[in-house]
Design a binder for this molecule. Structure first.
Ligand SMILES: CC(C)(COP(=O)(O)OP(=O)(O)OC[C@H]1O[C@@H](n2cnc3c(N)ncnc32)[C@H](O)[C@@H]1OP(=O)(O)O)[C@@H](O)C(=O)NCCC(=O)NCCS
Length: 161
């Protein structure tokens, strides 16, 4: 039954729109499935209620297929997180969400966008390179991984016109 529902879910074309605090539970669940250290629903709700935070979601068959979230500070923004449900990966959804998100950040006055990404995260590095982000620095031992290992964070930047 769950497999059938996931199949139907994956067939829908996701619709993109701004996310709000009512999306906190679904975003926290997708974040937990996507990252080593998840965010609690309360943490996500606090972010979504923060006026400096901008978030978009992709929804298919009334379920969350993806989200992207940034925090603005003066004329800069930091992308805090982006994730796509496994059923929708590799179909350009993150690219579409990122483009919409960058347009919104530009409209709010952001002129430079930053983010950190694990140097081993090939999909995210490709997503951001294709969207015009470039490496500005590296932070060794930034991410804690399983088995006591660590990974380097690559800091990326893109300027907006
Ligand atoms: C990173 C992530 C958001 C990408 O989502 P997605 O919807 O599958 O990405 P898209 O389909 O828009 O693909 C974007 C680019 O990445 C490439 N890509 C996608 N998956 C890839 C993979 N596993 N390995 C290498 N490149 C990959 C695509 O080919 C595309 O590049 P192209 O335009 O040159 O073809 C998704 O894999 C995810 O949620 N990962 C877990 C959470 C995460 O790591 N978030 C990023 C933290 S910074």
């Amino acid at each position: 039954m769950i497999a059938l529902l996931r199949k139907l879910f994956a067939r829908e074309e996701p619709a993109l729109c701004e996310a709000g605090s009512r999306d906190a539970a679904a975003i926290a669940a997708l974040h937990a499935r996507s990252f080593h250290r998840g965010w609690s629903e309360e943490e996500v709700e606090m972010l979504l209620l923060d006026r400096s935070v901008v978030a978009h979601r992709a929804t298919a068959a009334s379920a969350l297929a993806g989200f992207i979230m940034s925090r603005m500070a003066a004329d800069e923004a930091e992308i805090l997180s982006v994730a796509v449900d496994t059923a929708f990966r590799g179909r350009g959804l993150a690219r579409n969400m990122l483009h919409l998100h960058l347009r919104r950040l530009a409209g709010l006055g952001a002129r430079a966008i930053f983010l950190e990404v694990d140097e081993n995260n090939a999909a995210a590095l490709r997503l951001y390179a294709r969207a015009g982000f470039a490496e500005v620095s590296r932070r060794p031992n930034y991410y804690a991984e399983s088995g006591g290992k660590t990974a380097t964070a690559v800091v990326l930047r893109r300027d907006l016109p």
